[in-house]
Structures are given as structure tokens and as C-alpha cells.
Design a protein around this ligand. Structure first.
Ligand code: UN1
Length: 512
């Protein structure tokens, strides 16, 4: 398949990763190699590393702070030019980086390349934005006064990202944060540090070439302890965290306690409603890609199908037949549809969710299970499975990061919407219908309660132009498109009096 050694050498990644990177110049610390990045594809160790300690973490924050003092004075369109150059370098490295994402994380090569494309897209978006960080101008109630607002950078943005989108989610945050004038400290998942170092090398080269401080982009390799340091650190005004709801609640509480800002992008429990008026072939593609793409490890993965009773049996048959066609195996082989889960503990969680589902009365119509055999020797490959369930099972309300799809039957459209919304999470949702009333109802205030609601497409694969995120246990943050940039800046309202008097607002008279 691929030659990982030559990819790593082209991306400038050593087999010993440093616990932190502040630019192209790597940190000098003692090498132990106490942790490893292991590919779920074949169980091979890709690189070894040590986690950052508190002392070095503090050094990194000081380096970032210094870099901000320079970066904030660079005009926003010039900052955009740096992001443009970064995107150019990503285009050149797309094949290598996409393959490395696929190998380190386990998603299909197509999806690895797609993830790098998302990075390129957000950079393009951010470049345009760098000339559009607009504030409003208001009419003052006082004569010869002008009132307007402007947006200033925050300072250091901490980015905590998850293994499932090991590079794209960082770039959604970093590209916007940079054009807004911030510097970034990135803590990637300790399960996927290699792709992170590859990205850090690319941006560091761009910064160095432009004579800019390395600390504009910092990388720290740590676990939850480092995440805690960042969350509690008043030097980091904004922490953007992507991952489990449990992690997000801890980050949100710590950042909130010091009145910092956070952007939380957490778990989903995404459903597709399949109505009597749906095109069942479209419903099939949307459902299957949503459920088994990235082996069910997207926050937007389809976990539930809510199907009208009149099409339930017919659709179930189609689904069962389609699942029989799925090829599971090495994700770098383009003929496979489904790769491995991230690690063996993810396999354990998948298996225990299946057990819980059966214990609650679920009936599997496509059986799950762990795959054995030489091509599955990493121990991370599982069978995508489908179960008929009742919407109120506890396990159905829980996000299991694996390819388990639940089927639920409904009679009335109101009931379908109720079921769709009646889970703790609120990220993505979809309806497949050709009925205008149903589509509009689904998107209305009495429809989906999610941050993302789609018609006639699935729940996953959002484009970067729209704001991305969701409600309830999903954390409420919005990243990527629309006006998500505002979360990375502070708004200042300015009132300027160019008269020779000082009238007070609200008509107050204050004469001496
Ligand atoms: C995630 O799983 O954390 O919408 C992000 C999607 C992708 C991003 C998913 N664009 O599925």
C-alpha cells in the first residue's frame, strides 16, 4: 500500500516526537519515548513521544504570549496572506498528509484526503474573511457623535482536538484565530500526534519564511492533564475543545470558573427521519455513509434512523442487503468501505454497547462483532451493525463512537420529530422527504433542535461555509463558517464626540 517512512520523511516528522513544538525549531528535552502512536490499520508503531510537563507547558505559553505582541500589529489582510501560503503548502502536501491521516487514524484514504481538503477550504474562507472582519456603525442619539464597534484579537487561543478529525478541526479554529490576530496553542489527541506534528511543520516553515515569530503556532503533546492546565490558565482567554461531552463539561466548567471563553463541540446522536415521501435510494446512501463512514467515529455520524411504518420493512431490507456489500479492511485500499476503530478500547466500548442494546431488548438485523484474521491483526476492526430498538432505550440515547445503527419506527411526523429531539445531544439531523410541508416543519422552530438540520442529505459531511456545532450536550459552540469568527475576537463599542459640548445620553441633565 503506502510507504509510511518516505511520507514521514517528506513531511519532516521524526520517529521521536518532541513534547512540544514552538515553530520549526524543536524543543530540546530528554527523550524517553514513554508513549506511542500506534496505527489501528496494522498495529505498527508510527512514532514514540513523551507528554509535556508543566514547566515546559509554561515556557510554551510565554513564547505564544510574546508572539502575540508582534502578530496583533500585522494588518488582518497580511495575516490572511500567511494563511493563504499555508493553504498552498497544504495543497502540495495533500497526498502525503491525507495518507498519514488515514494511516494514523484509520479512516479511508478518500476521507483522509477529504479532511485535508477541509483544511484547504477553511484557509480559503479565512483569507477572504481577513478583509471582512466587519463591525457595525450605529447612529448616536447625541448630535455630532459617532458610534461604532470594532473587533480586536483575544490573545492566545487554546485548541484541544480529538482523534477522529486529527487535523481539520484544528485548522477550523487556527485559520480563523490567526486572521483574527490571535496566536494558537494546539493540544491534539495523544492518539494522533504524528499528523499534528506534520501540520505544525508546514505552518512553521511558512512563518519562518515570512520572518514571523514561531510562537504564532504552538503544539503541545499532552493528555487530559495538559487540557486541564489550559482550561485553568488565565493567560488563555479562549479554549476551543472538540471531543466527548464528559471532557467538554470539565473544560467548560474550568474555563467558566475563571470567566474565560470556550467553544465546545462535543458529542452527537444524529438521526435521519425517513418519511413515506422519501426517495429510498437517496435515504440509503445518506444513511449508510453516515453510519459506517469513518467507522462511525464522526461527531456527525448517523446513529439513528427514524423510519415511517409504511416504508419501514422495505427500507430495512434494502439496508440489510447494502450492509452485505460493505468491504471492511485496510482503509488505504480504495476498494474497502470501512476501516478500523481507533484502538482496542474503542472496540471494547463498541462490544459493550452491543451487549447493552441486546440486554434492553434490541434485535440485531445485521450482526456486529470483532473481526479476526491476519488482515485484522491490529485488533481494531469491527463489523458495522444494525439493530431494531425502542427510542427510549438508555443505550440509544448514548453516543457510542462506533458503527452501530439503530432503527426506530414511527407513525406520525410529530412523533418522529419528538424522537429525533428526545436525546441529550443536539448536533446534526436530517429528513429525507419530497413533501414540502414535512421539510419546512422539520426546519421550523417546532422541528429539529439541532445545530445542523438537513433535507435530503445525511447528517455528516458538513461544508466549512456554514457554522458548525450544536446544542444541549453538544456544547453550544460554533466553528468554521458563517460568523463563527466573532468568537475569536473581542468586541469594542466606541463613541466619539466631535462637538464642543458634552451631552449625556438618556436626556440626563447634569449642570454644575
Ligand atoms: C467531527 O466529527 O468532529 O460534518 C467533525 C462532518 C465533518 C466534520 C466532522 N465535516 O462530518
Amino acid at each position: 500500500s503506502i510507504n509510511i517512512q518516505s511520507i514521514l520523511s517528506r513531511l519532516g516528522v521524526d520517529q521521536y516526537l518532541m513534547p512540544f513544538y514552538t515553530g520549526a525549531k524543536h524543543s530540546e528535552t530528554k527523550k524517553h519515548g514513554s508513549a506511542q502512536s500506534i496505527s489501528p490499520v496494522d498495529g505498527q508503531t508510527i512514532a514514540v513521544f513523551d507528554l509535556i510537563d508543566e514547566e515546559h507547558y509554561n515556557d510554551v505559553v510565554e513564547i505564544a504570549k510574546k508572539a502575540f505582541e508582534q502578530w496583533k500589529f500585522i494588518p488582518a489582510p497580511k495575516r490572511g496572506e500567511i494563511v493563504r501560503q499555508f493553504a498552498e503548502r497544504l495543497r502540495e502536501s495533500k497526498d502525503d498528509l491525507g495518507a498519514l491521516v488515514s494511516y494514523e487514524m484509520g479512516k479511508s484514504l478518500q476521507e483522509g484526503l477529504g479532511e485535508v481538503q477541509e483544511m484547504i477550504d477553511i484557509c480559503d474562507f479565512a483569507v477572504g474573511l481577513s478583509r471582512q472582519l466587519h463591525g457595525l456603525t450605529m447612529h448616536s442619539e447625541r448630535p455630532l457623535h459617532r458610534m461604532y464597534e470594532q473587533w480586536h484579537p483575544l490573545g492566545i487561543v487554546g485548541i484541544i482536538s480529538a482523534f477522529n478529525f486529527p487535523v481539520a478541526v484544528w485548522s477550523w479554529n487556527a485559520a480563523l484565530a490567526w486572521v483574527c490576530g490571535n496566536v494558537c496553542i494546539w493540544k491534539p489527541s495523544e492518539k494522533t500526534p504524528v499528523t499534528a506534528v506534520a501540520c505544525q511543520n508546514i505552518i512553521s516553515e511558512v512563518l519562518e519564511k515570512n520572518g514571523l515569530p514561531a510562537g504564532i503556532s504552538c503544539l503541545v503533546i499532552g493528555d487530559r492533564n495538559t487540557g486541564e492546565l489550559m482550561s485553568n490558565d488565565t493567560r488563555i482567554p479562549l479554549v476551543s475543545a472538540t471531543g466527548s461531552t464528559r471532557m467538554g463539561k470539565a473544560v467548560g466548567a474550568a474555563v467558566g470558573a475563571r470567566l474565560g471563553k470556550s467553544i465546545l463541540e462535543l458529542g452527537g446522536n444524529n438521526a435521519i427521519i425517513i418519511t413515506p415521501d422519501s426517495d429510498l435510494n437517496m435515504a440509503l446512501i445518506g444513511s449508510i455513509f453516515g453510519a459506517v463512514g469513518t467507522a462511525g467515529q464522526r461527531c456527525t455520524s448517523t446513529r439513528r434512523l427514524i423510519i415511517h411504518e409504511s416504508v419501514y420493512e422495505a427500507f430495512k431490507e434494502k439496508l440489510i442487503n447494502a450492509y452485505k456489500q460493505l468491504k471492511i479492511g485496510n482503509p488505504l485500499d480504495a476498494s474497502n468501505h470501512v476501516g478500523p476503530l481507533i484502538d482496542e478500547s474503542a472496540v471494547e466500548m463498541y462490544l459493550s454497547s452491543i451487549e447493552k442494546c441486546i440486554a434492553e431488548g434490541g434485535k440485531f438485523v445485521v450482526d456486529g462483532g470483532k473481526l479476526e484474521g491476519e488482515q485484522y491483526s491490529s485488533g481494531c476492526y469491527v463489523k458495522p451493525c444494525v439493530a431494531e430498538v425502542s427510542a427510549d432505550f438508555e443505550i440509544v440515547k448514548h453516543e457510542t463512537f462506533a458503527p452501530i445503527l439503530y432503527l426506530i419506527k414511527y407513525r406520525e411526523f410529530d412523533e418522529a420529530i419528538y424522537i429525533q429531539n428526545n436525546v441529550p445531544q443536539g448536533l446534526s439531523s436530517a429528513v429525507i422527504t419530497n413533501n414540502l410541508r414535512e421539510a419546512e416543519r422539520f426546519l421550523s422552530v417546532s422541528g429539529s433542535d439541532c445545530g445542523i438540520a438537513n433535507v435530503n442529505i445525511g447528517t455528516s459531511g458538513a461544508e466549512i461555509g456554514g457554522a458548525f456545532g450544536g446544542e444541549k450536550d453538544t456544547g453550544g459552540g460554533r466553528e468554521s463558517g458563517s460568523d463563527a469568527w466573532k468568537a475569536y475576537m473581542r468586541r469594542q463599542t466606541n463613541t466619539i464626540n466631535y462637538s464642543t459640548e458634552l451631552p449625556l445620553a438618556q436626556g440626563i441633565k447634569f449642570d454644575l
